[in-house]
Write a new protein. Structure first.
Length: 777
């Protein structure tokens, strides 16, 4: 027994004499970094390891919390090892924190509020026993509120602002007017009971603030609820309203001071290679929403290239078995050149922005544009295929990660985000409780991604018009006007492949969305293979794009949503199982094939026949193995086999045993009977038929922010509407500068101005407002 004990003690001593270094909270940076004489900081361990060129280095951290003084950088200039592993020692709990301890003497101020005199550098987040506390805010923090944990329409009312003596330094947070993400503003002053604001750059589709979903924080006069705090920079006083039973003088406080904890930075020419981060917790970083400025080409995103861990110019590096929580911004961000990296079996939750991001450099993109409405003219366009350089993530993988409760402050976020990257694999992740997409692909550049075996649910919880899986395809070829794109494709066949050079594959996933579609391919998304997926509630949408093959999917309690397809799109929707009737919008063309599908209800198949589709499709009892628990595999005698459907395993989400125990499951709803559609109220004006905006699909197809307006659905030949160049899909929103919110308004205003020979109307067409002067007689 004594010999065995001696060997256990000598082993770390022997290893330490080789290439192992030890760090402990009880150590000192004057120590050699051995097991018995550990170092105190990661920076010192890296410095000690630097003489060991081309060696395998391991840095072991003993249990404890390491509060970083600054962001630690491992760069190509100082990295000399063959491999470097940074990990906890024998599973001891190791925490890397972006905060610093706060020691204060608290005294009672008034009304249950305490105060402490302390000099701080504009604190962004205050933690009580490791948990983030809300700033003094209006409305108060409500854990049950759907958006921002509490919002109010009167946040910016002058009467309320009048009560704020000195609101400089406050933040206003709001959703986009169309609920397409959010905006954030810093209050720089007050003038005549109006706030002076700076910001609003966090979304690449600018809009006014949402008039309903907004809140303000860091206002002293709003310090009125337990857990709230406020720091007066002028007086150097920290105010805190402790919850019942908490003595602030015995509690543990910390305050964030870093947005990023670890940077690993090289370049395409000199990458940092073979770094492994294992079994480390990352926590308590500052929020980064005011740094989220850089637009991601023509998508709706802007980003901040940073996070708890930033990898930029790396190869063959891994982040495994780590936990990321109570972060103010992103967790893991791969920026620019990264190749063969792996993010596996991590737990990511309670963070302010995105979980795992793969974002390349715009300098690798040919003829890039940076706004929805921007476009490089064809005569100036670079017509070469693929990227200009290697400065983007490629052949990287995020697998087996448990991700939930992200985007706590920023709303244009995702569990996994891909932009300007190639051959990224997102597999076996469980993602839920997110404000927007679970998985997002911002544009086609450069395809080859594989999205498989993920379990993605409870998504688009705080926003709208989006998907559990969402993509855009606003690539070089794409324009908002459908006819313009079709003309370009006629002249330049194959131009749609210039950016998305390899197909993007979605297979064997389970998706569920609350305010949109389970799978949402938007605005030009092209070159997709989509098969063996289960859509639990939101259905599957294909907006205009090319070369999408959708087959062998199961769509529960919803349907297929084809929106405004291009001529000769080459799209295929076949061998799928569908619950409800298709929901087409502005569909003059139906692609290559819509057939050989199985409908759970005969009436849904009859609707498809009325559209001239699904000649070889069937309907009836599909014979799922056990739909009540979400097992949608087919029994051997299922009639769906006759239309070519092939049963697949219901195997989704994380695989590590400890994460499977923690992971939630989606709510499996019973299959709903088909409900008869209500007949819409319609009105004819100028030989055009209009109806109210009634569905999310109609809202999305028109690019509207709300349901105000009437949709033009039919045109009579040789009508005044045609002579005035009205088009199917137009949304009429005003007549003579008077708003048209519904058919009722159209009826009233058309009567009011029926004697006018010339009349000004306002339409929304191709997601833009257009004013026309029409002739009524």
């Amino acid at each position: 027994m004594k010999k065995r004990l001696l060997m256990v003690i000598l082993l770390p001593l022997f290893c330490a004499a080789q290439k192992n270094f030890y760090v402990a909270t009880t150590g000192t940076d004057k120590n050699p970094g051995t097991f018995l004489k550990p170092l105190k900081t990661l920076e010192s361990a890296l410095k000690k390891a630097s003489p060991f060129k081309h060696e395998d280095i391991r840095i072991y951290f003993r249990g404890g919390t390491y509060m970083m003084d600054k962001t630690v950088e491992i760069s190509a200039a100082n990295y000399t090892a063959s491999t470097l592993t940074i990990q906890s020692y024998q599973n001891e709990k190791v925490i890397f924190s972006g905060a610093k301890p706060l020691k204060a003497i608290w005294q009672h101020y008034r009304n249950g509020i305490y105060q402490a005199k302390i000099a701080l550098e504009r604190p962004d987040r205050l933690f009580l026993n490791g948990k983030a506390l809300p700033m003094a805010r209006y409305p108060n923090f409500d854990p049950k509120a759907r958006v921002f944990n509490g919002t109010a329409a009167d946040v910016l009312d002058s009467a309320r602002i009048a009560n704020w003596h000195h609101p400089k330094g406050a933040y206003v947070h709001t959703l986009h007017s169309g609920e397409w993400g959010g905006f954030h503003y810093l209050v720089t002053g007050k003038q005549k009971n109006k706030l002076i604001l700076e910001g609003g750059w966090q979304n690449n589709r600018p809009s006014p603030m949402n008039d309903k979903y907004r809140f303000i924080e860091n206002v002293f006069e709003e310090l009125d609820a337990p857990n709230e705090w406020f720091y007066d920079e002028d007086k150097k006083i920290l105010y805190f309203y402790p919850p019942k039973g908490t003595n602030p003088n015995t509690a543990s406080f910390s305050v964030s001071h870093l947005t990023d904890i670890l940077h690993i930075v090289g370049s395409n020419a000199q990458p940092v290679k073979n770094i492994h981060i294992n079994q480390i917790d990352f926590t308590q970083t500052a929020r980064s929403f005011m740094l989220t400025k850089e637009p991601l080409l023509r998508s709706d995103w802007t980003i901040y290239r940073g996070g708890a861990i930033l990898l930029d110019g790396t190869e063959n590096s891994k982040i495994t078995n780590c936990s990321f929580y109570e972060l103010g911004g992103n967790a893991i961000f791969m920026s620019n050149y990264n190749k063969h990296n792996l993010v596996k079996d991590n737990l990511i939750y309670n963070i302010g922005a995105s979980a795992i991001s793969f974002v390349g450099s715009p300098d690798a993109v040919r003829s890039p544009s940076f706004r929805y409405e921007e476009y490089v003219a064809l005569e100036q366009m670079d017509m070469k295929k693929g990227p200009k350089s290697n400065n983007y993530p490629q052949y990287c993988t995020a697998s087996g990660n448990l991700i939930h409760h992200i985007g706590l402050i920023e709303k244009q976020v995702a569990g996994a985000q891909i932009s300007m990257a190639a051959h990224i694999t997102i597999s076996h992740n469980t993602i839920y409780k997110v404000p927007r997409a679970g998985i997002n692909i911002s544009e086609g550049t450069w395809g080859g991604h594989i999205i498989e075996f993920n379990d993605v649910f409870d998504t688009v919880l705080e926003t709208g018009d989006h998907g559990a899986f969402n993509s855009w395809g606003r690539d070089r070829y794409w324009l908002p006007n459908i006819k313009d794109v079709e003309n370009i494709l006629t002249k330049y066949p194959g131009i749609e492949y210039l950016d998305v050079i390899d197909p993007i594959t979605l297979r064997n996933n389970r998706f569920q969305c609350d305010h949109g579609w389970d799978i949402d391919l938007d605005d030009g998304s092209s070159n997709y293979l989509i098969y063996n997926n289960v859509c639990l509630s939101g259905g599957l949408k294909l907006r205009e794009g090319y070369h999408r093959k959708v087959y062998n999917n199961i769509i529960i309690n919803n349907t297929f949503h084809p929106h405004v397809w291009f001529r000769n799109s080459d799209d295929v929707f076949a061998h799928n199982i569908v619950t409800q009737p298709y929901a087409p919008i502005r569909m003059p063309y139906w692609g290559k094939q819509v057939d050989s599908n199985f409908f759970l209800f005969p009436a849904a198949l009859q609707k498809a026949h009325q559209l001239g589709l699904d000649k070889n499709s069937l309907s009836g009892d599909v014979l799922f193995v056990n739909a009540s628990i979400g097992n949608y595999s087919l029994k051997p005698q299922s009639p769906a086999i006759k239309i070519g459907f092939k049963s697949f395993e219901m195997n989704f989400g994380v695989t590590a045993a400890h994460l499977k125990k923690l992971a939630a499951k989606p709510n499996i709803r019973p299959i709903q009977d088909l409900v008869a559609e209500k007949e819409s109220i319609r009105l004819n004006w100028l030989g055009a038929t209009f109806k109210n905006i009634e569905t999310l699909g109609e809202l999305s197809a028109a690019g509207l922010h709300d349901k105000d307006g009437v949709l033009l659905i039919e045109l009579l030949p040789s009508s005044l509407a045609i002579k005035n160049k009205l088009q199917k899909g137009d949304v009429l929103v005003a007549i003579a500068n008077e708003k048209v919110k519904s058919i009722k308004d159209l009826a009233m205003l058309s009567q009011k101005y029926k004697q006018a020979q010339n009349l000004e109307i306002t339409l929304v067409r191709d997601q833009r407002k257009k004013v026309l002067m029409i002739v009524q007689k």
